[in-house]
Design a protein around this ligand. Structure first.
Ligand SMILES: Cc1cc2nc3c(=O)[nH]c(=O)nc-3n(C[C@H](O)[C@H](O)[C@H](O)COP(=O)(O)OP(=O)(O)OC[C@H]3O[C@@H](n4cnc5c(N)ncnc54)[C@H](O)[C@@H]3O)c2cc1C
Length: 302
Protein backbone atom coordinates (compact mmCIF):
# COMPACT_ATOMS: atom_id res chain seq x y z
CA UNK A 1 0.00 0.00 0.00
CA UNK A 2 1.05 3.60 -0.44
CA UNK A 3 0.68 6.36 2.14
CA UNK A 4 -2.25 8.74 1.89
CA UNK A 5 -1.35 12.18 0.50
CA UNK A 6 0.25 14.63 2.94
CA UNK A 7 1.84 18.08 2.83
CA UNK A 8 5.60 18.08 3.40
CA UNK A 9 7.47 20.67 5.48
CA UNK A 10 11.23 20.93 5.96
CA UNK A 11 12.06 23.44 8.73
CA UNK A 12 15.68 24.49 9.11
CA UNK A 13 15.77 25.24 12.83
CA UNK A 14 14.17 23.66 15.91
CA UNK A 15 12.13 26.79 16.74
CA UNK A 16 10.57 26.70 13.28
CA UNK A 17 9.89 22.95 13.61
CA UNK A 18 8.09 23.42 16.93
CA UNK A 19 6.13 26.43 15.66
CA UNK A 20 5.04 24.48 12.56
CA UNK A 21 3.76 21.55 14.58
CA UNK A 22 1.85 23.88 16.90
CA UNK A 23 0.34 25.76 13.95
CA UNK A 24 -0.65 22.63 12.00
CA UNK A 25 -2.19 20.96 15.05
CA UNK A 26 -3.08 17.31 15.58
CA UNK A 27 -3.01 16.46 11.86
CA UNK A 28 0.76 16.99 11.77
CA UNK A 29 3.61 14.67 12.76
CA UNK A 30 7.39 14.93 12.94
CA UNK A 31 9.35 12.51 10.79
CA UNK A 32 13.02 11.78 11.57
CA UNK A 33 14.52 8.60 10.04
CA UNK A 34 11.11 7.32 8.94
CA UNK A 35 12.04 3.74 9.85
CA UNK A 36 9.00 3.31 12.08
CA UNK A 37 6.73 6.01 10.69
CA UNK A 38 6.99 5.18 6.97
CA UNK A 39 5.78 1.57 7.43
CA UNK A 40 2.89 2.94 9.52
CA UNK A 41 2.04 5.45 6.78
CA UNK A 42 2.22 2.73 4.12
CA UNK A 43 -0.16 0.54 6.13
CA UNK A 44 -2.29 3.63 6.83
CA UNK A 45 -2.06 2.99 10.55
CA UNK A 46 -1.07 6.66 10.72
CA UNK A 47 -2.68 9.18 8.32
CA UNK A 48 -1.26 12.64 9.10
CA UNK A 49 -2.12 15.53 6.76
CA UNK A 50 1.29 17.14 7.33
CA UNK A 51 4.76 15.73 7.86
CA UNK A 52 7.39 17.97 9.44
CA UNK A 53 10.75 16.52 8.38
CA UNK A 54 13.54 16.99 10.93
CA UNK A 55 16.42 15.94 8.70
CA UNK A 56 17.28 19.46 7.56
CA UNK A 57 16.72 20.99 10.99
CA UNK A 58 20.01 22.39 12.30
CA UNK A 59 21.22 21.72 15.84
CA UNK A 60 19.54 18.35 16.37
CA UNK A 61 22.53 16.16 15.53
CA UNK A 62 25.79 15.49 17.28
CA UNK A 63 27.49 13.72 20.15
CA UNK A 64 29.10 15.81 22.87
CA UNK A 65 30.51 15.00 26.32
CA UNK A 66 29.44 17.47 29.01
CA UNK A 67 30.19 17.91 32.67
CA UNK A 68 27.12 17.59 34.87
CA UNK A 69 28.80 19.06 37.95
CA UNK A 70 27.38 22.49 37.15
CA UNK A 71 23.91 21.06 36.73
CA UNK A 72 23.54 19.18 39.98
CA UNK A 73 26.17 20.96 42.04
CA UNK A 74 27.91 17.71 43.02
CA UNK A 75 31.59 18.03 42.23
CA UNK A 76 32.94 14.84 40.70
CA UNK A 77 29.50 13.64 39.63
CA UNK A 78 29.20 11.70 36.40
CA UNK A 79 29.35 13.70 33.23
CA UNK A 80 26.87 13.04 30.44
CA UNK A 81 27.11 12.29 26.78
CA UNK A 82 24.57 14.52 25.05
CA UNK A 83 23.26 13.04 21.83
CA UNK A 84 21.13 15.17 19.51
CA UNK A 85 17.74 13.64 18.71
CA UNK A 86 18.40 13.36 14.97
CA UNK A 87 21.78 11.69 15.34
CA UNK A 88 21.48 8.45 13.40
CA UNK A 89 21.94 5.09 15.04
CA UNK A 90 24.76 4.47 12.50
CA UNK A 91 26.60 7.58 13.77
CA UNK A 92 26.28 6.25 17.33
CA UNK A 93 27.59 2.89 16.18
CA UNK A 94 30.65 4.51 14.56
CA UNK A 95 31.41 6.88 17.44
CA UNK A 96 34.59 6.20 19.45
CA UNK A 97 33.27 8.68 22.05
CA UNK A 98 30.12 6.61 22.61
CA UNK A 99 32.15 3.40 22.85
CA UNK A 100 34.40 4.95 25.49
CA UNK A 101 31.90 6.97 27.52
CA UNK A 102 28.63 4.98 27.26
CA UNK A 103 29.59 1.40 26.34
CA UNK A 104 26.05 0.11 26.96
CA UNK A 105 24.69 2.37 24.21
CA UNK A 106 27.50 1.31 21.87
CA UNK A 107 26.78 -2.38 22.50
CA UNK A 108 23.02 -1.96 22.08
CA UNK A 109 23.17 -0.19 18.73
CA UNK A 110 24.26 -3.07 16.42
CA UNK A 111 21.28 -5.05 17.76
CA UNK A 112 18.83 -2.58 16.18
CA UNK A 113 17.43 -4.00 12.93
CA UNK A 114 19.88 -3.99 10.03
CA UNK A 115 22.56 -1.53 8.93
CA UNK A 116 20.23 0.08 6.37
CA UNK A 117 17.72 0.81 9.15
CA UNK A 118 20.36 2.21 11.52
CA UNK A 119 21.66 4.40 8.71
CA UNK A 120 18.41 6.37 8.78
CA UNK A 121 16.86 5.59 12.16
CA UNK A 122 17.62 8.18 14.86
CA UNK A 123 18.18 8.12 18.61
CA UNK A 124 15.28 10.53 19.22
CA UNK A 125 12.98 8.64 16.84
CA UNK A 126 13.56 5.39 18.68
CA UNK A 127 12.83 6.95 22.09
CA UNK A 128 9.81 8.94 20.84
CA UNK A 129 8.38 5.87 19.10
CA UNK A 130 8.82 3.88 22.36
CA UNK A 131 8.45 0.39 20.95
CA UNK A 132 8.30 -2.04 23.89
CA UNK A 133 10.84 -4.30 22.17
CA UNK A 134 13.32 -1.56 21.21
CA UNK A 135 16.82 -1.47 22.71
CA UNK A 136 17.35 2.27 23.31
CA UNK A 137 14.48 2.84 25.78
CA UNK A 138 15.82 -0.01 27.97
CA UNK A 139 19.35 1.44 27.79
CA UNK A 140 18.01 4.88 28.74
CA UNK A 141 16.22 3.36 31.75
CA UNK A 142 19.20 1.27 32.91
CA UNK A 143 21.58 4.26 32.84
CA UNK A 144 19.13 6.89 34.09
CA UNK A 145 19.17 9.07 30.95
CA UNK A 146 17.48 12.47 30.77
CA UNK A 147 15.44 13.53 27.78
CA UNK A 148 15.22 17.14 26.57
CA UNK A 149 12.08 18.43 24.91
CA UNK A 150 11.00 21.73 23.38
CA UNK A 151 7.52 23.12 22.68
CA UNK A 152 5.97 26.57 22.22
CA UNK A 153 5.80 26.65 26.05
CA UNK A 154 9.58 26.35 26.40
CA UNK A 155 12.11 23.63 27.17
CA UNK A 156 12.00 20.88 29.78
CA UNK A 157 13.87 17.74 30.79
CA UNK A 158 12.28 14.42 31.69
CA UNK A 159 13.93 11.47 33.47
CA UNK A 160 13.83 8.32 31.37
CA UNK A 161 12.08 6.68 34.35
CA UNK A 162 9.02 8.87 33.77
CA UNK A 163 9.21 9.07 29.99
CA UNK A 164 7.79 5.75 28.73
CA UNK A 165 4.17 5.80 29.77
CA UNK A 166 2.59 2.92 27.82
CA UNK A 167 2.36 1.14 24.49
CA UNK A 168 4.00 3.45 21.92
CA UNK A 169 3.32 6.39 24.22
CA UNK A 170 5.61 8.74 26.06
CA UNK A 171 5.42 11.77 28.28
CA UNK A 172 5.93 14.01 25.19
CA UNK A 173 2.97 16.27 24.42
CA UNK A 174 1.68 16.19 20.84
CA UNK A 175 3.43 19.47 20.05
CA UNK A 176 6.75 18.62 21.74
CA UNK A 177 10.00 18.04 19.92
CA UNK A 178 12.53 15.68 21.52
CA UNK A 179 15.74 17.65 21.03
CA UNK A 180 18.49 15.63 22.78
CA UNK A 181 19.22 12.89 25.28
CA UNK A 182 21.81 12.98 28.09
CA UNK A 183 23.25 9.53 28.79
CA UNK A 184 25.17 9.52 32.11
CA UNK A 185 28.80 8.49 31.89
CA UNK A 186 29.21 5.92 34.66
CA UNK A 187 32.75 6.27 35.93
CA UNK A 188 34.44 4.08 38.56
CA UNK A 189 34.33 0.30 38.61
CA UNK A 190 31.45 -0.14 36.19
CA UNK A 191 30.34 -2.92 33.87
CA UNK A 192 27.66 -3.07 31.18
CA UNK A 193 25.92 -5.75 29.17
CA UNK A 194 22.94 -6.12 26.88
CA UNK A 195 21.48 -9.51 26.03
CA UNK A 196 18.47 -10.34 23.91
CA UNK A 197 16.77 -13.27 22.27
CA UNK A 198 15.38 -12.81 18.75
CA UNK A 199 14.37 -15.45 16.23
CA UNK A 200 16.67 -14.01 13.53
CA UNK A 201 19.37 -11.35 13.51
CA UNK A 202 17.72 -7.99 12.77
CA UNK A 203 14.31 -8.96 14.21
CA UNK A 204 12.87 -7.16 17.21
CA UNK A 205 13.76 -9.07 20.38
CA UNK A 206 11.31 -11.46 22.01
CA UNK A 207 12.92 -10.47 25.31
CA UNK A 208 15.98 -8.46 26.26
CA UNK A 209 17.80 -6.86 29.17
CA UNK A 210 20.26 -3.97 29.46
CA UNK A 211 22.29 -3.98 32.68
CA UNK A 212 24.67 -1.45 34.25
CA UNK A 213 26.52 -2.23 37.51
CA UNK A 214 28.96 -0.16 39.57
CA UNK A 215 31.00 -1.69 42.42
CA UNK A 216 32.63 0.13 45.30
CA UNK A 217 36.15 -0.55 46.60
CA UNK A 218 34.85 -3.36 48.86
CA UNK A 219 33.19 -5.21 45.98
CA UNK A 220 29.71 -4.13 47.01
CA UNK A 221 27.14 -3.03 44.48
CA UNK A 222 27.15 0.74 44.73
CA UNK A 223 24.42 1.12 42.10
CA UNK A 224 22.85 -0.81 39.27
CA UNK A 225 20.29 -0.33 36.53
CA UNK A 226 18.26 -3.02 34.77
CA UNK A 227 16.17 -2.10 31.70
CA UNK A 228 13.86 -4.77 30.27
CA UNK A 229 12.50 -4.83 26.72
CA UNK A 230 9.93 -7.10 25.08
CA UNK A 231 8.53 -7.91 28.52
CA UNK A 232 5.80 -5.31 28.94
CA UNK A 233 3.69 -2.83 26.99
CA UNK A 234 6.70 -0.53 27.11
CA UNK A 235 10.35 -0.72 28.22
CA UNK A 236 10.55 -1.26 31.98
CA UNK A 237 13.01 -0.63 34.76
CA UNK A 238 13.34 -3.62 37.11
CA UNK A 239 13.30 -1.43 40.23
CA UNK A 240 12.73 -4.18 42.82
CA UNK A 241 15.60 -6.30 41.47
CA UNK A 242 17.87 -3.23 41.46
CA UNK A 243 16.92 -2.32 45.04
CA UNK A 244 17.48 -5.89 46.29
CA UNK A 245 20.99 -6.01 44.81
CA UNK A 246 22.18 -2.49 45.70
CA UNK A 247 24.47 -2.41 48.76
CA UNK A 248 25.10 -6.16 48.78
CA UNK A 249 28.48 -7.80 48.38
CA UNK A 250 28.74 -8.85 44.76
CA UNK A 251 29.45 -12.49 45.74
CA UNK A 252 26.19 -12.61 47.69
CA UNK A 253 23.98 -11.63 44.76
CA UNK A 254 22.79 -14.58 42.74
CA UNK A 255 22.19 -13.74 39.07
CA UNK A 256 19.23 -16.12 38.88
CA UNK A 257 17.58 -14.40 41.88
CA UNK A 258 18.07 -11.01 40.20
CA UNK A 259 16.51 -12.44 37.04
CA UNK A 260 13.53 -14.02 38.86
CA UNK A 261 12.77 -10.76 40.66
CA UNK A 262 13.16 -8.74 37.46
CA UNK A 263 10.75 -10.82 35.35
CA UNK A 264 8.21 -10.96 38.20
CA UNK A 265 7.93 -7.16 38.03
CA UNK A 266 5.98 -6.55 34.79
CA UNK A 267 2.24 -6.51 35.53
CA UNK A 268 1.52 -8.42 32.35
CA UNK A 269 3.87 -9.88 29.79
CA UNK A 270 2.74 -9.70 26.15
CA UNK A 271 1.72 -12.81 24.23
CA UNK A 272 1.65 -12.80 20.43
CA UNK A 273 2.40 -15.08 17.49
CA UNK A 274 6.13 -14.89 18.27
CA UNK A 275 5.96 -16.06 21.90
CA UNK A 276 3.52 -16.84 24.71
CA UNK A 277 3.76 -14.82 27.95
CA UNK A 278 5.29 -17.84 29.75
CA UNK A 279 7.92 -18.30 27.05
CA UNK A 280 8.78 -14.57 27.17
CA UNK A 281 9.10 -14.68 30.96
CA UNK A 282 11.38 -17.73 30.74
CA UNK A 283 13.57 -16.20 28.02
CA UNK A 284 13.51 -12.89 29.90
CA UNK A 285 14.95 -14.53 33.02
CA UNK A 286 17.70 -16.17 30.94
CA UNK A 287 18.77 -12.87 29.32
CA UNK A 288 18.64 -10.89 32.60
CA UNK A 289 20.85 -13.47 34.33
CA UNK A 290 23.33 -13.52 31.43
CA UNK A 291 23.54 -9.74 31.22
CA UNK A 292 23.89 -9.43 35.01
CA UNK A 293 26.78 -11.91 35.11
CA UNK A 294 28.62 -10.22 32.24
CA UNK A 295 28.15 -6.71 33.66
CA UNK A 296 29.35 -7.78 37.12
CA UNK A 297 32.36 -9.54 35.66
CA UNK A 298 33.32 -6.45 33.69
CA UNK A 299 32.88 -4.20 36.73
CA UNK A 300 35.04 -6.49 38.85
CA UNK A 301 37.88 -6.19 36.34
CA UNK A 302 37.49 -2.46 35.68
C1 LIG B 1 12.69 -4.00 9.53
C2 LIG B 1 12.87 -3.12 10.75
C3 LIG B 1 13.49 -3.66 11.87
C4 LIG B 1 13.68 -2.87 13.00
N1 LIG B 1 14.27 -3.45 14.09
C5 LIG B 1 14.44 -2.69 15.20
C6 LIG B 1 15.06 -3.26 16.37
O1 LIG B 1 15.47 -4.43 16.40
N2 LIG B 1 15.20 -2.46 17.46
C7 LIG B 1 14.76 -1.16 17.47
O2 LIG B 1 14.90 -0.47 18.49
N3 LIG B 1 14.18 -0.60 16.39
C8 LIG B 1 14.02 -1.33 15.26
N4 LIG B 1 13.43 -0.75 14.17
C9 LIG B 1 12.95 0.66 14.26
C10 LIG B 1 14.07 1.64 13.94
O3 LIG B 1 15.11 1.60 14.89
C11 LIG B 1 13.55 3.09 13.89
O4 LIG B 1 14.57 3.81 13.33
C12 LIG B 1 13.20 3.79 15.19
O5 LIG B 1 12.32 3.09 15.99
C13 LIG B 1 12.51 5.12 14.89
O6 LIG B 1 13.45 6.06 14.57
P1 LIG B 1 13.24 7.01 13.31
O7 LIG B 1 14.26 8.07 13.43
O8 LIG B 1 13.23 6.20 12.06
O9 LIG B 1 11.79 7.65 13.62
P2 LIG B 1 10.55 7.90 12.67
O10 LIG B 1 10.10 6.61 12.07
O11 LIG B 1 10.80 9.03 11.75
O12 LIG B 1 9.49 8.39 13.77
C14 LIG B 1 8.96 7.48 14.73
C15 LIG B 1 8.00 8.26 15.65
O13 LIG B 1 8.73 9.15 16.48
C16 LIG B 1 8.31 10.51 16.26
N5 LIG B 1 9.53 11.31 16.31
C17 LIG B 1 10.68 11.08 15.62
N6 LIG B 1 11.62 11.96 15.99
C18 LIG B 1 11.06 12.77 16.92
C19 LIG B 1 11.54 13.87 17.68
N7 LIG B 1 12.80 14.30 17.58
N8 LIG B 1 10.69 14.46 18.56
C20 LIG B 1 9.43 14.02 18.70
N9 LIG B 1 8.92 12.97 18.00
C21 LIG B 1 9.72 12.36 17.14
C22 LIG B 1 7.60 10.51 14.92
O14 LIG B 1 6.61 11.53 14.84
C23 LIG B 1 6.98 9.13 14.90
O15 LIG B 1 5.80 9.11 15.63
C24 LIG B 1 13.24 -1.51 13.02
C25 LIG B 1 12.64 -0.97 11.87
C26 LIG B 1 12.46 -1.75 10.75
C27 LIG B 1 11.82 -1.14 9.54
Amino acid sequence: MKPAAFDYHAPTDPGEAVALLAELGEDAKFIAGGQSLVPMLALRLSVPEHLVDLRRTDGLRGIEERDRAGENGAAGADGVLRIGACTTQAAVERSAEVARAVPLLARATPLIGHFQIRNRGTVGGSLAHADAAAEYPAVALALGARIHARSPRGERTVDAGGFFTGMWTTDLAEDELLTAVDFPVWRGRSGFAIEEFARRGGDFAIAGAAVAVELDGDDRIRRCGIGLFGLGSTALRAAAAEAAATGSAVTEVDADDVARTAVAEPESIPADLHASADHRRHVGAVVVARAWRRAVQEAAHA
